[in-house]
Design a protein around this ligand. Structure first.
Ligand code: MRU
Length: 377
């Protein structure tokens, strides 16, 4: 997708494959900078500090992290240790384990001298497949949007189709296109008038900082709202559909996504607003059934709750006296000194609240039968 009119992806090889570049998402939307990952350690830190984030992109970064590890030491021991280190960086998104297993299983039977090159090829294949899957999700989602838009009452025809999304499941969370935002980009490009309500997504504000940035760069009309506004908008008929991504979907269709997704699903259910979840196959965890009981939920630092990062405005100041120049990125404290924070990063939306799953293979009910029909039928 585009930044300042130039097409970008979120990750790629550099220096003949000796390093990997990524976009530093901790600086967006205020600064666009890329960063080089040159070692296993660099890749692990980039994932855990959320320089890269979003389930599919975490997976691809992990795959390249194994490549970087094998370039230094292709032994069985190093492979196993690198796998463990990368897999421990973020526990919830199953795409990470999926991508690491794919690279490990590809390289493990090979002689040591061939492993790094094979890891590079496999990581590249995972990245390319991700792009294709997201583009296909976009096509399937677009068909749904078109149907819903056409079914609106005559007085609402011609008005923008209002979609609400939570967190960032756009191209920055994948290699390109995104999952939940892919149908929105396809709708916008194909001339369907679309407007997006962007949940800010506390505590890290992926909606306000990343989704709003992406949509703005693509020229998609959007409005940032506080996380608590969605229910109110739905009650007043201002949301035609909700669409979100997922970090792990169980075989029966329970969906784990950014904290706050569950509340949006409840509000959508109460207001009869369709609630869609967009996902590639790599996000399905066939080994588990009950998302609430079985999905490990990452608990992140309480500082992400008690503090907030932003760019100083011309009139801005900081708790240190306001001497920094406008444009400076600053972190400020929100809470009283001494108040504790608690920061579960994800929650689980039960399948019964999900109108449908939009995958690269098509649209399915959120149920084991629905998923099996798509993937094994
Ligand atoms: O903590 P993050 O920013 O990695 O969380 C991202 C999300 O919750 C996304 O919705 C999810 O990974 C799907 S991305 C296509």
């Amino acid at each position: 997708m585009n930044i300042e009119g130039k097409a970008w992806r979120t990750i790629g090889l550099q220096e003949g494959g000796e390093a990997v570049w990524v976009i530093d998402q901790t600086l967006l939307p205020h600064r666009f900078e890329t960063r080089s990952l040159r070692s296993l350690e660099d890749a692990a830190v980039a994932i855990s500090t959320m320089v890269v984030r979003g389930a599919p992109l975490i997976g691809v970064t992990g795959a390249y992290g194994l490549m970087l590890a094998l370039q230094r030491d292709p032994s069985d021991g190093a492979l196993a240790a690198a796998f463990e280190q990368l897999n421990a960086t973020r526990p919830t998104a199953v795409n990470l384990r999926w991508a690491l297993e794919r690279v490990r299983d590809r390289v493990a039977p090979l002689p040591e001298a061939e492993r790094a090159a094979a890891a590079q090829a496999e990581a590249g294949a995972i990245a390319e497949e991700d792009v294709a899957m997201c583009a296909a999700i976009g096509d399937h989602g677009l068909a749904i949007f078109r149907e819903l838009a056409a079914a609106r009452p005559p007085e609402r025809q011609g008005q923008p189709f209002n979609v609400l999304t939570h967190c960032n499941a756009g191209w920055l969370a994948t290699v390109d296109w995104g999952t939940a935002l892919a149908p929105i980009y396809k709708a916008h490009r194909s001339g369907l008038k679309v407007h997006v309500w962007v949940d800010e997504t506390r505590p890290r504000n992926q909606g306000a900082s990343l989704t709003a940035y992406e949509l703005g760069q693509e020229g998609v009309p959007h409005t940032v709202i506080v996380d608590n506004a969605g229910g109110h908008l739905m009650q007043h008929g201002q949301v035609d559909a909700v669409i979100v991504g997922t970090d792990r979907t169980t075989r029966r269709g329970d969906v784990c996504n950014k904290i706050g997704t569950y509340l949006k699903a409840l509000a959508a259910f109460d207001n009869k607003v369709p609630f869609y979840v967009a996902l590639p196959a790599s996000t399905i965890d066939w080994s588990i059934d009950d998302g609430v009981a079985e999905i490990p939920i990452e608990a992140r630092s309480e500082r992400e709750v008690t503090q907030i990062q932003g760019q100083l405005t011309p009139a801005g100041g900081t708790s240190s006296g306001g001497n920094e120049a406008p444009g400076h990125l600053a972190t400020v404290q929100l809470t009283p000194t001494g108040s504790r924070g608690f920061n579960p990063a994800f929650d689980v939306t039960p399948a019964r609240l999900v109108s449908a799953l939009i995958t690269e293979r098509g649209v399915a009910p959120a149920s084991e039968a629905g998923l099996r029909e798509l993937y094994t039928g």
